[in-house]
Design a protein around this ligand. Structure first.
Ligand code: SAH
Length: 463
């Protein structure tokens, strides 16, 4: 039996512009081969066992040859893997998706095409340019600026005579030639042109000019690939329709979690949030200690509490085993979580030195001095962080554990890159640990999401 290959469109850049089926296929995949333009956050949707292969650079920073990619697709599918070939935009808009499909067909591999939102249309919208408009353009034409080596030429006469919007992909190296050809074949020199780089993302940049001056403007502003070249009168609408939001240029790392409230609120303010992976929790098998000898129980975190309840149940006991003992925790948010479980906390201890004879229950290591410690779980790092951290403005830590997860995923180079990043710590104790790292600045926020978002706004809005 064969596996299957999904040629999957990742959308134009912003990870939220992935389709629902695209997200599901990523989650089901055994192997994902992804391109240079793919936002690594999308890989957070994969399951922890999936093999992730960057065919955009690899292994010594050379692009993997197309023939090698084809070979990998076929051989993984033959070994019964569910393979996702994750491609920028829509898989069949340039980027050689059609060729990959032909090979799969020829080799008898089961394959499917999952459409994606193409940058050729959505990229314009993200810059306030409707690709058609009754007053300006009644058609659009998507054209490659890059040709096969065998000298295939574009039909400039035909292209220049279209009244509709012209969109060139992969055209930045040819920008000057494109403008010259369009003028030569009859387009007015004053036809508006927009160059949109990294459309739909935090680093989106745009320059607007016309066929006669756009090359000079692009050089001055330093725009380069990947970018869209848009030619036509619809470009005029950008000034009126380009929507700006307060955190538009802000790029933030947040922990990957199911609730995603932080992620959503940041996105709604225009920021691009990407995920860092959380570790998975594995129980450590232990015997239930004799609880009679302790007058107080200190829970390090909510996971420890849940594991402890499970341990009690496994031993045929329940929370009544805690009768008469003081319940202690390290911060307000754990106290609130226990409250939601019907357990009142006697004291939130802020001092790392504990007092009295107590049992601390936690993960791998004790957080307090002079306690007896019951270790109930440890964390397994799932994936290293794939991002270049120089591309981020900020990282948010909702908990000490999220900070630890983040820290343990960093390689040596990334540790050095922290100096450009502002850390938002949702609680003072988290901030204290963050201050010992290399961050540009650590901002302590109150431990709730609204307050944190306000702090982020205060720091970045209007930049
Ligand atoms: N299949 C993709 C296009 C692949 S060709 C799609 O449907 O969008 C690669 C070219 O796409 C780049 O050279 C650039 O011209 C364009 N491109 C892709 N993503 C882009 C983005 N976010 N912003 C601007 N241009 C982009």
């Amino acid at each position: 039996m064969n596996g299957r290959v999904s040629l999957l469109g990742a959308g134009p850049g912003n990870p939220e512009l992935l389709t629902l089926i695209g997200k599901r296929r990523l989650n089901e995949a055994d192997v994902v081969l992804y391109d240079r333009l793919i936002d690594p956050s999308l890989l957070a949707f994969t399951n922890e066992k999936a093999t992730l292969i960057d065919v955009g650079k690899m292994p010594l920073h050379h692009k993997v040859k197309q023939s090698k990619i084809n070979e990998m697709l076929v051989s993984y599918a033959r070994s019964e893997k569910k393979v996702v070939r994750l491609k920028a935009g829509d898989p069949y808009v340039f980027g050689r998706g059609g060729e990959e499909a032909q090979i799969l067909k020829k080799e008898g591999i089961d394959f499917e095409i999952i459409p994606g939102i193409t940058s050729a249309i959505a990229g314009l919208a993200a810059a306030g340019i409707p690709i058609t408009h009754r007053d300006f353009a009644s058609s659009f034409h998507v054209i490659t600026g890059h040709h096969k080596k065998d000298g295939q030429q574009l039909d400039w006469n035909n292209i220049a005579s279209q009244e509709g919007t012209l969109v060139f992909l992969m055209g930045m190296a040819q920008l000057s030639n494109i403008c010259q050809q369009l003028i030569k074949y009859g387009k007015d020199k004053k036809t508006p042109v927009a160059i949109i780089q990294w459309a739909t993302q935090w680093r989106q940049k745009m320059v607007i000019g016309d066929l006669s001056n756009i090359v000079e403007l692009v050089n001055k502003k330093g725009l380069s690939s990947p970018a869209l070249i848009v030619v036509g009168n619809v470009v005029r609408l950008s000034e009126q329709l380009n929507v700006t939001r307060p955190l538009k240029k802000v790029h933030v790392l947040v922990p990957y979690s199911q609730r995603q409230r932080l992620f959503n609120m940041l996105g709604d303010l225009g920021a691009t949030a990407d995920f860092y992976q959380r570790t998975t929790v594995k129980s450590i098998p232990v015997k239930l200690p004799n609880l009679d000898s302790y007058s107080a129980i200190l829970f390090d975190d909510f996971i420890a509490y849940k594991k402890f309840v499970q341990l009690l149940l496994d031993c045929g006991q329940d929370l009544r085993a805690l009768v008469g003992k003081k319940i202690l925790v390290g911060n307000d948010s754990i106290a609130k979580q226990l409250h939601n479980q019907g357990l009142l906390v006697d004291e939130v201890i802020t001092d790392k030195k504990s007092t009295g004879h107590l049992l601390e229950i936690g993960g791998q290591y004790p957080m307090y001095e002079d306690t007896e410690f019951l270790s109930l779980y440890h964390r397994q790092q799932v994936k290293s962080l794939l991002f270049d951290l120089t591309e981020f403005n900020a990282v948010i830590f909702p908990s000490t554990v999220s900070l630890m997860d983040f820290k343990s995923a960093l390689n040596h180079k990334q540790v050095g890159q922290l100096k450009n990043i502002i850390a938002f710590a949702m609680g003072k104790s988290i901030g204290d640990i963050a201050k010992r790292m290399n961050f540009k600045k650590v901002i302590n926020c109150r431990p709730n999401i609204n307050a944190t978002i306000e702090q982020v706004k205060e720091e970045f809005a209007g930049d």
